[in-house]
Design a protein around this ligand. Sequence first.
Ligand SMILES: [Ca+2]
Length: 392
Amino acid sequence: MRMLVMAAALAMLPAGPAIAAGFPGCLAGLKDSAVRAGISPAVVARALDTAQPDEKVLRLSRAQPEFKTPIWDYLGYLVDEQRVGDGRAMMARHDGVLRAAERRYGVNRHVIAAVWGVETDYGRETGTNFLPHALATLACLGDRRRDFWRDELLAALRLVDRGDLALDKLYGSWAGAFGQTQFMPSTYQRLAVDFDGDGRRDLVDSVADALGSTANYLKRAGWRAGESWMIEVKVRPGYTGVTGRKNRAPLSTWARRGVVRADGAALGGGARAGLLLPAGPRGPGFLVFRNFDAIFAYNRAESYALAISHLADRIAGYPSLRTPWPTDDPGLSRAERLDLQKLLIREGYDIGEADGKIGPITRAAIAEAEKRAGLPPTGRAGRKIYRALGGG
Ligand SMILES: [Ca+2]
Protein backbone atom coordinates (compact mmCIF):
# COMPACT_ATOMS: atom_id res chain seq x y z
CA MET A 1 0.00 0.00 0.00
CA ARG A 2 2.62 2.49 1.08
CA MET A 3 4.83 1.55 -1.86
CA LEU A 4 1.95 2.30 -4.18
CA VAL A 5 1.29 5.63 -2.51
CA MET A 6 4.96 6.49 -3.07
CA ALA A 7 4.76 5.42 -6.68
CA ALA A 8 1.77 7.72 -7.10
CA ALA A 9 3.75 10.55 -5.47
CA LEU A 10 6.60 10.05 -7.93
CA ALA A 11 4.20 10.20 -10.83
CA MET A 12 3.12 13.62 -9.55
CA LEU A 13 6.48 15.17 -10.42
CA PRO A 14 6.26 17.61 -13.33
CA ALA A 15 6.71 16.23 -16.81
CA GLY A 16 10.11 17.89 -16.81
CA PRO A 17 11.39 20.96 -18.62
CA ALA A 18 12.69 18.90 -21.53
CA ILE A 19 9.25 17.46 -22.32
CA ALA A 20 7.29 20.62 -21.50
CA ALA A 21 9.69 22.58 -23.73
CA GLY A 22 8.11 20.92 -26.73
CA PHE A 23 4.69 22.20 -25.75
CA PRO A 24 4.63 25.67 -27.36
CA GLY A 25 5.61 24.25 -30.75
CA CYS A 26 3.06 21.47 -30.48
CA LEU A 27 0.39 23.96 -29.42
CA ALA A 28 1.14 26.13 -32.43
CA GLY A 29 0.73 23.05 -34.61
CA LEU A 30 -2.63 22.25 -32.98
CA LYS A 31 -3.83 25.81 -33.60
CA ASP A 32 -2.81 25.55 -37.24
CA SER A 33 -4.67 22.28 -37.69
CA ALA A 34 -7.77 23.74 -36.02
CA VAL A 35 -7.78 26.74 -38.38
CA ARG A 36 -7.08 24.49 -41.36
CA ALA A 37 -10.04 22.34 -40.24
CA GLY A 38 -12.25 25.40 -40.68
CA ILE A 39 -12.59 26.58 -37.08
CA SER A 40 -12.51 30.36 -36.85
CA PRO A 41 -9.11 31.77 -35.84
CA ALA A 42 -10.81 33.89 -33.16
CA VAL A 43 -12.24 30.81 -31.41
CA VAL A 44 -8.92 28.99 -31.72
CA ALA A 45 -7.04 31.94 -30.23
CA ARG A 46 -9.43 32.39 -27.31
CA ALA A 47 -9.38 28.66 -26.57
CA LEU A 48 -5.65 28.01 -26.82
CA ASP A 49 -3.56 31.20 -26.62
CA THR A 50 -3.04 30.88 -22.87
CA ALA A 51 -2.79 27.07 -22.72
CA GLN A 52 -0.08 25.64 -20.47
CA PRO A 53 0.73 21.99 -19.88
CA ASP A 54 -1.69 20.76 -17.21
CA GLU A 55 0.29 18.56 -14.82
CA LYS A 56 -2.82 17.31 -13.05
CA VAL A 57 -4.29 16.05 -16.33
CA LEU A 58 -1.06 14.24 -17.21
CA ARG A 59 -0.88 12.70 -13.76
CA LEU A 60 -4.45 11.43 -14.00
CA SER A 61 -3.84 10.07 -17.50
CA ARG A 62 -0.92 8.05 -16.12
CA ALA A 63 -2.50 6.93 -12.85
CA GLN A 64 -2.72 3.20 -12.32
CA PRO A 65 -5.55 1.99 -10.10
CA GLU A 66 -4.00 0.95 -6.79
CA PHE A 67 -6.31 -1.97 -6.39
CA LYS A 68 -9.31 -3.42 -8.10
CA THR A 69 -12.43 -1.99 -6.47
CA PRO A 70 -14.70 -4.81 -5.30
CA ILE A 71 -18.03 -4.75 -7.10
CA TRP A 72 -19.90 -4.23 -3.80
CA ASP A 73 -17.89 -1.04 -3.11
CA TYR A 74 -18.54 0.22 -6.60
CA LEU A 75 -22.29 -0.42 -6.48
CA GLY A 76 -22.57 0.67 -2.83
CA TYR A 77 -21.27 4.06 -3.89
CA LEU A 78 -23.12 4.45 -7.20
CA VAL A 79 -26.48 2.98 -6.23
CA ASP A 80 -27.02 4.33 -2.72
CA GLU A 81 -30.36 5.44 -1.26
CA GLN A 82 -29.47 9.07 -1.90
CA ARG A 83 -28.96 8.53 -5.64
CA VAL A 84 -32.15 6.46 -5.82
CA GLY A 85 -34.17 9.16 -4.00
CA ASP A 86 -32.61 11.96 -6.02
CA GLY A 87 -33.35 9.99 -9.18
CA ARG A 88 -37.03 9.73 -8.30
CA ALA A 89 -37.17 13.46 -7.53
CA MET A 90 -35.41 14.36 -10.77
CA MET A 91 -37.70 12.06 -12.74
CA ALA A 92 -40.71 13.81 -11.25
CA ARG A 93 -39.24 17.23 -12.00
CA HIS A 94 -38.35 16.35 -15.61
CA ASP A 95 -41.22 13.97 -16.26
CA GLY A 96 -42.35 15.65 -19.49
CA VAL A 97 -38.87 15.65 -21.04
CA LEU A 98 -38.13 12.06 -20.01
CA ARG A 99 -41.41 10.79 -21.38
CA ALA A 100 -40.87 12.70 -24.61
CA ALA A 101 -37.36 11.20 -24.94
CA GLU A 102 -38.77 7.75 -24.24
CA ARG A 103 -41.42 8.25 -26.92
CA ARG A 104 -39.04 9.63 -29.53
CA TYR A 105 -36.16 7.16 -29.05
CA GLY A 106 -37.87 4.17 -27.46
CA VAL A 107 -35.40 4.14 -24.57
CA ASN A 108 -36.76 3.46 -21.10
CA ARG A 109 -36.84 6.74 -19.18
CA HIS A 110 -35.59 5.21 -15.94
CA VAL A 111 -32.43 4.13 -17.75
CA ILE A 112 -31.95 7.65 -19.16
CA ALA A 113 -32.27 9.06 -15.64
CA ALA A 114 -29.87 6.43 -14.26
CA VAL A 115 -27.17 7.37 -16.80
CA TRP A 116 -27.59 10.99 -15.70
CA GLY A 117 -27.36 9.98 -12.03
CA VAL A 118 -24.25 7.85 -12.41
CA GLU A 119 -22.42 10.17 -14.80
CA THR A 120 -22.80 13.47 -12.95
CA ASP A 121 -25.10 12.92 -9.95
CA TYR A 122 -27.93 14.49 -11.98
CA GLY A 123 -25.85 17.40 -13.21
CA ARG A 124 -24.14 18.25 -9.91
CA GLU A 125 -20.65 17.01 -10.77
CA THR A 126 -19.81 17.74 -14.36
CA GLY A 127 -16.05 18.30 -14.02
CA THR A 128 -13.78 21.30 -13.54
CA ASN A 129 -11.12 20.92 -16.24
CA PHE A 130 -11.09 23.45 -19.08
CA LEU A 131 -11.32 21.08 -22.03
CA PRO A 132 -9.20 22.96 -24.62
CA HIS A 133 -6.26 23.09 -22.21
CA ALA A 134 -6.72 19.53 -20.89
CA LEU A 135 -7.04 18.11 -24.40
CA ALA A 136 -4.11 20.16 -25.74
CA THR A 137 -1.99 18.80 -22.88
CA LEU A 138 -2.92 15.22 -23.76
CA ALA A 139 -2.52 15.84 -27.51
CA CYS A 140 0.99 17.23 -26.98
CA LEU A 141 2.35 15.42 -23.94
CA GLY A 142 0.15 12.36 -23.42
CA ASP A 143 1.83 8.96 -23.45
CA ARG A 144 -0.54 7.46 -25.96
CA ARG A 145 -3.21 8.26 -28.53
CA ARG A 146 -2.14 11.85 -29.23
CA ASP A 147 -4.12 11.88 -32.49
CA PHE A 148 -7.24 10.84 -30.61
CA TRP A 149 -6.87 13.76 -28.17
CA ARG A 150 -6.17 16.20 -31.01
CA ASP A 151 -9.36 15.11 -32.76
CA GLU A 152 -11.36 15.52 -29.53
CA LEU A 153 -9.88 19.00 -29.12
CA LEU A 154 -10.94 19.96 -32.65
CA ALA A 155 -14.42 18.52 -32.05
CA ALA A 156 -14.75 20.61 -28.86
CA LEU A 157 -13.73 23.79 -30.68
CA ARG A 158 -16.10 23.02 -33.52
CA LEU A 159 -19.01 22.91 -31.04
CA VAL A 160 -18.14 26.47 -30.03
CA ASP A 161 -17.56 27.56 -33.62
CA ARG A 162 -20.95 26.36 -34.79
CA GLY A 163 -22.72 28.05 -31.89
CA ASP A 164 -23.83 25.06 -29.81
CA LEU A 165 -21.87 26.24 -26.77
CA ALA A 166 -19.95 29.22 -25.45
CA LEU A 167 -16.24 28.57 -24.93
CA ASP A 168 -16.54 29.05 -21.18
CA LYS A 169 -18.96 26.10 -21.01
CA LEU A 170 -16.25 23.62 -22.00
CA TYR A 171 -15.46 22.25 -18.54
CA GLY A 172 -15.42 18.53 -17.84
CA SER A 173 -13.38 15.51 -16.83
CA TRP A 174 -9.60 15.45 -17.33
CA ALA A 175 -10.21 13.13 -20.30
CA GLY A 176 -12.61 15.45 -22.08
CA ALA A 177 -16.05 14.05 -21.20
CA PHE A 178 -18.41 16.88 -20.31
CA GLY A 179 -21.95 18.06 -19.87
CA GLN A 180 -24.83 16.63 -17.85
CA THR A 181 -24.27 13.12 -19.18
CA GLN A 182 -20.54 13.37 -19.99
CA PHE A 183 -20.27 13.09 -23.75
CA MET A 184 -16.87 13.19 -25.41
CA PRO A 185 -16.71 16.13 -27.86
CA SER A 186 -16.70 13.86 -30.94
CA THR A 187 -19.72 11.96 -29.58
CA TYR A 188 -21.45 15.27 -28.92
CA GLN A 189 -20.65 16.28 -32.49
CA ARG A 190 -22.19 13.09 -33.88
CA LEU A 191 -25.10 12.34 -31.57
CA ALA A 192 -26.21 15.36 -29.55
CA VAL A 193 -29.71 16.63 -30.34
CA ASP A 194 -31.49 19.91 -29.72
CA PHE A 195 -34.31 18.41 -27.69
CA ASP A 196 -35.72 21.66 -26.30
CA GLY A 197 -35.90 23.19 -29.77
CA ASP A 198 -34.01 26.44 -29.13
CA GLY A 199 -31.71 25.85 -32.10
CA ARG A 200 -28.61 24.90 -30.08
CA ARG A 201 -27.42 21.55 -28.76
CA ASP A 202 -26.57 22.45 -25.20
CA LEU A 203 -25.70 19.40 -23.09
CA VAL A 204 -24.23 21.60 -20.38
CA ASP A 205 -27.14 23.80 -19.30
CA SER A 206 -30.17 22.23 -21.00
CA VAL A 207 -31.41 19.14 -19.18
CA ALA A 208 -33.76 18.44 -22.09
CA ASP A 209 -30.92 18.47 -24.64
CA ALA A 210 -28.77 16.27 -22.37
CA LEU A 211 -31.47 13.67 -21.70
CA GLY A 212 -32.68 13.64 -25.30
CA SER A 213 -29.11 13.21 -26.51
CA THR A 214 -28.49 10.39 -24.04
CA ALA A 215 -31.60 8.61 -25.30
CA ASN A 216 -30.40 9.14 -28.87
CA TYR A 217 -27.01 7.69 -27.92
CA LEU A 218 -28.55 4.56 -26.40
CA LYS A 219 -30.84 4.10 -29.40
CA ARG A 220 -27.88 4.38 -31.77
CA ALA A 221 -26.02 1.88 -29.58
CA GLY A 222 -28.73 -0.66 -30.37
CA TRP A 223 -31.41 -0.13 -27.71
CA ARG A 224 -34.61 -2.04 -28.49
CA ALA A 225 -37.84 -0.41 -27.37
CA GLY A 226 -39.89 -2.31 -24.84
CA GLU A 227 -37.26 -4.92 -24.05
CA SER A 228 -35.67 -5.57 -20.68
CA TRP A 229 -32.03 -4.77 -19.85
CA MET A 230 -31.26 -7.00 -16.89
CA ILE A 231 -32.87 -9.34 -14.39
CA GLU A 232 -31.37 -10.60 -11.15
CA VAL A 233 -31.02 -14.38 -10.99
CA LYS A 234 -29.47 -17.12 -8.90
CA VAL A 235 -27.39 -20.05 -10.02
CA ARG A 236 -26.78 -23.35 -8.28
CA PRO A 237 -24.00 -23.23 -5.67
CA GLY A 238 -20.77 -24.21 -7.38
CA TYR A 239 -22.10 -23.33 -10.85
CA THR A 240 -19.26 -23.61 -13.36
CA GLY A 241 -21.26 -23.35 -16.58
CA VAL A 242 -21.41 -20.71 -19.28
CA THR A 243 -21.08 -17.04 -18.32
CA GLY A 244 -20.37 -13.82 -20.20
CA ARG A 245 -22.32 -10.94 -21.67
CA LYS A 246 -21.88 -12.21 -25.22
CA ASN A 247 -22.71 -15.87 -24.54
CA ARG A 248 -26.42 -15.37 -25.04
CA ALA A 249 -29.02 -18.09 -24.87
CA PRO A 250 -32.82 -18.08 -24.65
CA LEU A 251 -34.23 -17.72 -21.16
CA SER A 252 -35.69 -21.22 -21.45
CA THR A 253 -32.15 -22.56 -21.91
CA TRP A 254 -30.98 -20.73 -18.79
CA ALA A 255 -33.88 -22.26 -16.89
CA ARG A 256 -32.69 -25.71 -18.04
CA ARG A 257 -29.19 -24.83 -16.81
CA GLY A 258 -30.65 -24.35 -13.34
CA VAL A 259 -30.79 -20.55 -13.35
CA VAL A 260 -33.76 -19.12 -11.45
CA ARG A 261 -35.06 -15.60 -11.06
CA ALA A 262 -34.04 -14.03 -7.75
CA ASP A 263 -37.62 -12.89 -7.17
CA GLY A 264 -38.90 -16.44 -7.55
CA ALA A 265 -40.88 -15.77 -10.74
CA ALA A 266 -40.61 -18.29 -13.55
CA LEU A 267 -37.80 -17.90 -16.07
CA GLY A 268 -38.83 -18.76 -19.59
CA GLY A 269 -39.39 -17.58 -23.12
CA GLY A 270 -37.24 -16.94 -26.12
CA ALA A 271 -35.59 -13.62 -25.19
CA ARG A 272 -31.82 -14.05 -25.32
CA ALA A 273 -29.54 -13.08 -22.48
CA GLY A 274 -26.00 -13.62 -21.18
CA LEU A 275 -25.17 -14.54 -17.59
CA LEU A 276 -22.96 -12.32 -15.43
CA LEU A 277 -21.66 -13.51 -12.07
CA PRO A 278 -19.53 -10.53 -11.02
CA ALA A 279 -18.72 -12.04 -7.61
CA GLY A 280 -18.92 -15.71 -8.52
CA PRO A 281 -21.76 -18.21 -8.11
CA ARG A 282 -22.38 -17.34 -4.46
CA GLY A 283 -23.19 -13.71 -5.19
CA PRO A 284 -26.00 -12.08 -7.17
CA GLY A 285 -26.30 -13.23 -10.77
CA PHE A 286 -27.64 -11.24 -13.68
CA LEU A 287 -29.12 -12.20 -17.00
CA VAL A 288 -28.33 -9.30 -19.32
CA PHE A 289 -30.08 -8.56 -22.61
CA ARG A 290 -29.21 -6.69 -25.78
CA ASN A 291 -30.19 -3.42 -24.10
CA PHE A 292 -27.52 -4.00 -21.47
CA ASP A 293 -24.97 -3.86 -24.29
CA ALA A 294 -26.32 -0.45 -25.30
CA ILE A 295 -25.69 0.78 -21.74
CA PHE A 296 -22.28 -0.93 -21.77
CA ALA A 297 -21.40 1.04 -24.91
CA TYR A 298 -21.66 4.25 -22.89
CA ASN A 299 -18.60 3.46 -20.79
CA ARG A 300 -17.38 -0.03 -21.75
CA ALA A 301 -17.23 -1.59 -18.29
CA GLU A 302 -19.60 -4.29 -17.07
CA SER A 303 -19.56 -2.94 -13.51
CA TYR A 304 -20.62 0.44 -14.90
CA ALA A 305 -23.47 -1.07 -16.93
CA LEU A 306 -24.56 -3.06 -13.87
CA ALA A 307 -24.68 0.15 -11.82
CA ILE A 308 -26.81 1.96 -14.42
CA SER A 309 -29.08 -1.04 -14.85
CA HIS A 310 -29.62 -1.53 -11.13
CA LEU A 311 -30.07 2.19 -10.44
CA ALA A 312 -32.72 2.33 -13.18
CA ASP A 313 -34.55 -0.57 -11.50
CA ARG A 314 -34.30 1.05 -8.08
CA ILE A 315 -35.57 4.41 -9.37
CA ALA A 316 -38.46 2.53 -10.98
CA GLY A 317 -39.37 1.13 -7.56
CA TYR A 318 -37.85 -2.33 -7.65
CA PRO A 319 -36.05 -3.52 -4.51
CA SER A 320 -32.33 -3.85 -3.81
CA LEU A 321 -30.52 -6.97 -4.93
CA ARG A 322 -32.03 -10.00 -3.28
CA THR A 323 -28.85 -12.02 -3.01
CA PRO A 324 -26.26 -10.39 -0.76
CA TRP A 325 -22.71 -9.95 -2.02
CA PRO A 326 -20.48 -12.79 -0.78
CA THR A 327 -18.50 -10.70 1.68
CA ASP A 328 -18.57 -10.02 5.42
CA ASP A 329 -17.37 -6.46 4.71
CA PRO A 330 -19.83 -4.76 2.33
CA GLY A 331 -19.28 -1.35 0.75
CA LEU A 332 -20.53 1.99 2.01
CA SER A 333 -22.91 4.58 0.63
CA ARG A 334 -21.70 8.11 -0.08
CA ALA A 335 -23.18 9.37 3.20
CA GLU A 336 -21.37 6.61 5.08
CA ARG A 337 -18.08 7.35 3.29
CA LEU A 338 -18.35 10.96 4.37
CA ASP A 339 -19.16 9.84 7.90
CA LEU A 340 -16.18 7.45 7.89
CA GLN A 341 -13.88 10.34 6.98
CA LYS A 342 -15.29 12.41 9.86
CA LEU A 343 -14.65 9.50 12.21
CA LEU A 344 -11.07 9.21 10.94
CA ILE A 345 -10.56 12.94 11.54
CA ARG A 346 -11.99 12.54 15.04
CA GLU A 347 -9.45 9.78 15.61
CA GLY A 348 -6.70 12.25 14.72
CA TYR A 349 -5.92 11.20 11.15
CA ASP A 350 -4.85 14.12 9.01
CA ILE A 351 -6.85 13.53 5.85
CA GLY A 352 -7.80 17.13 5.13
CA GLU A 353 -11.47 17.98 4.94
CA ALA A 354 -14.11 15.25 4.76
CA ASP A 355 -15.48 15.33 1.21
CA GLY A 356 -16.72 11.77 0.74
CA LYS A 357 -14.04 11.07 -1.86
CA ILE A 358 -11.85 8.12 -0.95
CA GLY A 359 -8.42 8.98 -2.39
CA PRO A 360 -4.93 7.69 -1.54
CA ILE A 361 -4.69 9.79 1.64
CA THR A 362 -7.98 8.53 3.06
CA ARG A 363 -7.07 4.96 2.06
CA ALA A 364 -3.73 5.19 3.86
CA ALA A 365 -5.53 6.44 6.99
CA ILE A 366 -8.08 3.64 6.73
CA ALA A 367 -5.27 1.07 6.51
CA GLU A 368 -3.67 2.53 9.67
CA ALA A 369 -7.00 2.57 11.48
CA GLU A 370 -7.64 -1.02 10.45
CA LYS A 371 -4.29 -2.09 11.91
CA ARG A 372 -5.05 -0.30 15.15
CA ALA A 373 -8.44 -2.01 15.29
CA GLY A 374 -6.86 -5.42 14.70
CA LEU A 375 -8.27 -5.73 11.18
CA PRO A 376 -6.27 -6.64 8.09
CA PRO A 377 -5.12 -3.35 6.49
CA THR A 378 -7.08 -3.16 3.24
CA GLY A 379 -7.41 0.62 2.87
CA ARG A 380 -10.99 0.03 1.74
CA ALA A 381 -13.87 2.19 2.91
CA GLY A 382 -15.77 -0.88 4.10
CA ARG A 383 -18.36 -1.58 6.75
CA LYS A 384 -15.99 -3.30 9.21
CA ILE A 385 -13.71 -0.33 9.77
CA TYR A 386 -16.74 1.98 9.70
CA ARG A 387 -18.32 0.01 12.56
CA ALA A 388 -14.99 -0.31 14.40
CA LEU A 389 -14.75 3.49 14.49
CA GLY A 390 -18.30 3.79 15.83
CA GLY A 391 -20.20 4.40 12.60
CA GLY A 392 -23.39 2.80 11.33
CA1 LIG B 1 -31.32 23.20 -27.22
